[in-house]
Design a protein. Structure first.
Length: 218
């Protein structure tokens, strides 16, 4: 992929700070912010609304094809799913179903095409397989790590939820997700451990890496 197009692939475990970083980086680089997890979450939410079984891959594909994704706003343009507001996509029902939606290769393939279209003119794109499958030639790949305790605390804060409940849900999801796509840095990815970094420090590290790839972007 030509470095002329700004594509930053961001991955990392839940609660590692990847969404906060990805949004901030997109803003600073002047490109779109695409959280691809929302796309899988929207399919999970639709499967609840329509009563589609999680083993019914073709039924889930139909739901995925029926969703409309768009970039809204400008600081940064941000992925939205028509008909869904963010809280619809973080309900316990969605949390418990989403990895079971994401394990179907046919669902992944439909969403992958959409992701490539959304990123065509530049994006900071967050998600499991962005650096390996969706944009394997992304000029910059970032992988965020954090201690499990920090991840649980952050997720509990974000969702205003009980720490023990969050820990259980996170462990179950990590284990399921690892069966679909291993949580490993892609070849060439820059690893940032955010356990002891503030949001600004994490952003500074990522911006430093971006400026080495795109020196003209100040
Ligand atoms: O990042 P997140 O928690 O919003 O991801 C939600 C789910 O979707 C999680 O099970 C991982 C999965 N996912 C995926 O398999 N591939 C992506 N590109 C993004 C998310």
């Amino acid at each position: 992929m030509s470095a002329a197009v700004i594509i930053v692939a961001v991955d990392g475990a839940a609660g590692s700070g990847k969404s906060t970083l990805a949004r901030g980086l997109a803003q600073r680089l002047g490109v779109a912010y695409v959280n691809t997890g929302l796309m899988y979450r929207a399919v999970a939410a639709a499967s609840i609304a329509r009563g589609v079984d999680l083993d019914d891959a073709e039924g889930l594909v139909d739901l995925a094809r029926g969703l409309r994704f768009r970039l809204e706003g400008d600081d940064p343009p941000t992925l939205e799913v028509e008909g869904y507001v963010p809280v619809d996509l973080t309900t316990p029902g969605v949390e418990s179903r989403v990895s079971l939606v994401a394990r179907h290769p046919v669902v992944r393939s439909v969403l992958r095409d959409q992701q490539r279209t959304l990123g065509a003119t530049g994006a900071v794109m967050e998600g499991r397989d962005i650096a390996t499958v969706v944009f394997p030639d992304a000029p910059l790949k970032l992988f965020l790590r954090a201690d499990q305790m920090r991840r649980v605390d952050r997720r509990a804060d974000e969702r205003d939820a009980d720490t023990n409940v969050v820990r259980d849900a996170l462990e179950r999801r990590d284990a399921r997700d690892a069966r679909t796509t291993p949580l490993e840095p892609a070849p060439g990815a820059i690893i940032i451990d955010t356990s002891d970094l503030s949001i600004d420090q994490t952003l500074d590290e990522a911006l430093g890496a971006a400026r080495r790839v795109w020196p003209e972007r100040r």
